[in-house]
Write a protein that binds this ligand. Structure first.
Ligand code: NAP
Length: 285
């Protein structure tokens, strides 16, 4: 695509962000859909966040993605937020709607779209971890009508997490049952009731660690997901696969949150198959 006087800009804003795969996804999608735009990564310090957000309007950008550590802080600089961002209290996508900056959160949406043949409506789910990604999944599960949601965090920080989880529960209008991950009985009971268990702790990125006991036996027919995609199979997923269960890593979530963000910013549908195939190649490099 030729850059000219009409080229629009989009960016991912975070720190650190130079390693991000988002520019690859969005620029490829612009090319394939013939959108005259360029997507770049802005690694900025906290004191430059407000100005950076104002620049989206100032330079008539398509919008921006927001990543760690600015997903909450950015809320105060926006003109409006949609239901997902409001419930989750976190924004990962800003759309410039004719000079109005509207915040969305496509992380939880992307996660549920990435699951094979799974509808969370009326299902019980267990989420390991209670950080940003876990909150996005919990919020989206509530939006999509989950029956019951269990969350597990380390007992060390459980009191602190409880305040945050109670606030999330009151926003989504649903009980969220918070337990300590060291409580093996609660872990067993919650997972036994669940149709889906998600590792949103990041534990296993080293290829060695597990967020649950290594002898843990999953119930039959549960779907086991991990948000990590590098390594492609964490020890958590390996344990589940060895028990004959269906597993899914975080690669699909990465793709689907970007797809939704692209569609919100451009109003066009992302050519999924082509982008997915190229992304698989790119990630192997
Ligand atoms: P985060 O905000 O740091 O959350 C991690 C949470 O897990 C924290 O609540 C943490 O507690 C808790 N935790 C850590 N070790 C634990 C353990 N052994 N047992 C139970 N809980 C534990 O990070 P995040 O942004 O949510 O990201 C979490 C993971 O998801 C990362 O691996 C990230 O790369 C991945 N992710 C993937 C995608 C994707 O598109 N695939 C998108 C977003 C995130 P403490 O506060 O005590 O550490």
């Amino acid at each position: 695509m030729k850059i000219d006087g009409h080229t629009r800009l989009a960016a991912v804003i975070a720190k650190p962000i130079k390693h991000s795969i988002s520019p690859f996804i969005h620029n490829l999608a612009y090319d394939l859909t013939e959108i005259n735009a360029v997507y770049v990564a802005w690694e900025i310090d906290r004191e430059d966040l407000q100005q950076s957000i104002e620049n989206i309007r100032r330079y008539d950008m398509l919008g921006a993605n927001i990543s760690m550590p600015y997903k909450q802080e950015v809320l105060q600089y926006l003109d409006g937020i949609d239901q997902s961002a409001q419930l989750i209290d976190s924004v990962n996508t800003i759309v410039n709607q004719n000079g109005s900056l509207i915040g969305y959160n496509t992380d939880g949406y992307g996660f549920f779209r990435s699951l094979p043949d799974f509808d969370v409506k009326d299902k019980t789910i267990t989420v390991l971890g209670a950080g940003g990604a876990a909150s996005a999944i919990i919020g989206q599960a509530a939006i999509e009508g989950a029956a019951k949601i269990h969350a597990f965090d380390r007992s060390l920080i459980l009191e602190q997490t409880k305040v945050k989880i109670d606030q999330l529960a009151s926003r989504v209008g649903q009980d969220i049952f918070l337990h300590s991950v060291e409580d093996e009985e609660a872990l067993k009971t919650s997972i036994a009731q669940s149709a889906l268990v998600v590792n949103a702790t990041g534990v296993g990125m080293d290829g060695k660690s597990l967020p649950i006991p290594s002898q843990f036996v999953f119930p039959e027919h549960i779907l086991v997901a991990d948000l990590t995609y590098n390594p492609a199979e964490t020890p958590f997923l390996r344990l589940a696969r060895e028990q004959g269960l269906q597993t899914t890593n975080g690669f699909g979530m990465l793709f689907h949150q970007a797809k939704k963000a692209f569609e919100l910013m451009t109003g066009k549908t992302m050519p999924s198959e082509e982008v997915w195939a190229s992304l698989l190649e790119e990630i192997k490099k």
